[in-house]
Ligand binder design. Structure first.
Ligand code: SAH
Length: 251
């Protein structure tokens, strides 16, 4: 289960924070570290701060984009220091951990952390089904990156410990297998297809695409479609594409 849980650090500038995050993870049995465009890695400072968790650093996966790091994930949660102007589904850390652990019984999941200076961009947050915010002093809400990793890794480990009756759980997991949400990469392809089709039928103005697409993504994340449902939606879009192209040809 733990090996299905990815900790994704986006654009980390201080290598010390990467090392300290690896240490925080290993304390809580997590070892799948993904680094999206790190500022400086590998680096001696990261190894020093990992202090014994250098095995986690050594096998970290470095990616060029967030999409690459999320490939195959069925549940993606973005950690945000601020309560955003962006209205996105939110989870409390404890509930977030319970959901991650539940899905991780059968499939990969990810928690995404932002840059030290600027956090995650809206475009990156839109690749997450949920946001998780660690409740803090409302006037001083931004934790150090590795401290935020520690808090959420702790919650994940506690949620993992609650799964005691493994036999009963396995049975439940098998029953639920058909209901797994579609993977992050298939959902991203569906979003691209939807945006293209909506432009082609003049429903979406390419000069002003953001708000409408954001609302639609939020709607589909709420519905949490499984693989079959995503395939149906893609087929539905393809049928619209065919009719639209026939109409254009007739003109
Ligand atoms: N100045 C940045 C904060 C970056 S802290 C900003 O205002 O967005 C680096 C990362 O640590 C954040 O992107 C987030 O992923 C995580 N983090 C820090 N404090 C957090 C909190 N209170 N809740 C959840 N994540 C937090």
């Amino acid at each position: 289960m733990y090996s299905n849980i990815r900790i994704v650090l986006v654009g980390t500038s201080h290598p010390g924070n990467i090392g300290a995050s690896a240490r925080a993870m290993k304390n809580m049995c997590l070892d799948q570290l993904y680094l999206v465009s790190p500022g400086d890695f590998p680096c001696a400072e990261a190894t020093a701060r990992a202090s014994g968790a250098d095995d986690v650093l050594a096998k970290a996966t470095v990616c060029g984009s967030l999409g690459e790091a999320l490939k195959g994930c069925r549940l993606v949660v973005g950690a945000s220091a601020r309560l955003r102007s962006l209205d996105w589904p939110q989870l409390e850390p404890r509930e977030c951990a319970a959901r991650l652990v539940e899905t991780a019984q059968q499939a990969s999941v990810a928690v995404v952390f932002g840059r030290e200076q600027s956090g995650l961009s809206n475009q990156e947050l839109e690749q997450c089904q949920y946001l998780v915010h660690i409740p803090t002093n409302s006037e001083y809400s931004s934790l150090n990156l590795a401290a935020a990793v520690q808090v959420l890794a702790y919650e994940i480990h506690q949620a993992g410990r609650l799964i005691t009756d493994s036999q009963a759980h396995k049975k439940g997991a098998q029953e639920a297998e058909g209901d797994l949400p579609a993977s992050a990469d298939d959902v991203a392809l569906f979003h691209q297809h939807l945006e293209q089709t909506l432009q082609d039928i003049d429903f979406l103005n390419p000069k002003q695409p953001k708000l409408l697409m954001r609302r639609l993504k939020r709607l589909f994340y709420r519905a949490s479609p499984d693989q079959t449902e995503i395939n149906i939606l893609r087929g539905f879009l393809s049928a619209i594409d065919r009719v639209a192209s026939a109409c254009r040809d007739r003109k």
